[in-house]
Design a protein. Structure first.
Lengths: 171, 191
């Protein structure tokens, strides 16, 4: 009788121990990542073999495999940066939707704002050129019948002088 | 008397240094575009080209001479066949059996090396592919697509035959049609 009782106790302890181990294993595994979580990272990556297709919307079989890989890595506790780094090592930097800020890649970030700035400056200058004549309506030229003073002023004007010179030449 | 207004011509010129910068940036951009276009239109490396040395990483179980890393320079004196493939590539499946048979034929000949380069793939699928077609010759991932960029491949499958001196002798774009075709490329290089 005593032996049976002690065996029962041993079985019970073993059962408790195994249940505890199973619970801990289950806790160590992360829940399966949702499609949204996978696509959030896949959106930052491009399909390495298709032309300009983000990984989250790429319909090919290869892309599905890569999305599965992201899901698997997430469930193993990989961070976003680790996953992106893995893809860069495997498939090159071209898989990144946003090129790393190194070397010639800087042109991608620097040139567009510079071009916009240069365009704005140019536009400003051109607009100034257009508005200036209206503001400087001070100089007058005479037409036949004007008095001497205004003719004198006009003759001083470079433009009029050049115009008269050209007219003289044509005669 | 009528007063007419005339526009005063603006004579303020853009400073020379600004002009130089603008034209310099413009010229630089044109150079970059030209280089990129030139590269993209170059096509694959051509027979007769000497290949630069490169290093390949092998899958565990598919090493080259028990080495997980192999370089082209270490294979000098041998005829090297580099086959680019991927598990998602259907035409690659067409030639897989022919490559396996050809490897069975040449594997006893130490003068010939077969190497499979797995192009932008995931390892589990790549391994499943190798097992499915019973491919046992050295194989590895093309990490960072560095090797495929060196060969300037346009797709998969593509196969390159390099002679004993490191010069490219033949390029096969697309799948092989038969084992005899593979032999007909390797044998003349060997002899």
């Amino acid at each position: 009788m005593k032996l049976r009782r002690s065996l029962r106790i041993i079985y019970f302890v073993l059962f408790l121990a195994s249940a505890l181990i199973q619970t801990r294993t289950a806790l160590a595994q992360l829940p399966t990542p949702s499609d949204d979580e996978v696509n959030r990272i896949a959106h930052q990556l491009y399909c390495p073999v298709c032309a300009n297709t983000p990984l989250d919307v790429c319909p090919t079989e290869a892309c599905r495999q890569w999305r599965d890989l992201i899901r698997q890595q997430l469930s193993q506790g990989w961070t976003e940066d680790q996953i992106k780094q893995y893809f860069v090592v495997q498939y090159g930097v071209r898989v990144l939707a946003e090129p790393p800020r190194t070397g010639l890649n800087w042109l991608v970030y620097v040139l567009p704002p510079l071009i916009i700035l240069a365009g704005a400056i140019l536009l400003l200058r051109v607009m100034k050129m257009w508005t200036k004549p209206a503001a400087s309506l001070t100089k007058t030229i005479s037409t036949p019948g004007d008095d001497k003073t205004s003719t004198k002023e006009a003759s001083k004007d470079d433009y009029v002088m050049r115009l008269e010179e050209e007219l003289r030449k044509r005669k | 008397m009528t007063d007419n207004t005339i526009p005063t011509p603006s004579r303020r010129a853009v400073p020379l240094w600004v002009q130089i910068i603008i034209w310099g940036v413009f010229a630089g951009l044109l150079v970059i575009v030209a280089i990129t276009l030139n590269r993209s239109q170059q096509g694959t490396v051509q027979p007769g080209d000497r290949l630069n040395n490169f290093t390949m990483t092998m899958f565990t179980g598919y090493e080259l001479n028990s080495q997980t890393q192999a370089s082209l320079s270490s294979l000098n004196g041998k005829v090297v066949m580099v086959n680019f493939w991927a598990s998602w590539c259907k035409p690659c499946e067409q030639e897989a059996a022919d490559l396996r048979t050809a490897w069975q034929y040449y594997k006893g000949d130490s003068r010939v090396v077969f190497i499979g380069m797995d192009y932008v793939d995931t390892e589990p699928e790549a391994r499943a592919y190798l097992e499915k077609f019973d491919i046992t010759y050295p194989n590895g991932p093309d990490l960072g697509t560095k090797v495929s960029q060196l060969f300037r491949i346009k797709g998969v499958p593509e196969t390159y035959f390099i002679d004993q001196t490191g010069v490219l002798r033949y390029v096969q774009v697309g799948p092989f049609s038969s084992v005899d075709q593979i032999k007909s490329i390797i044998d003349p290089i060997l002899n």
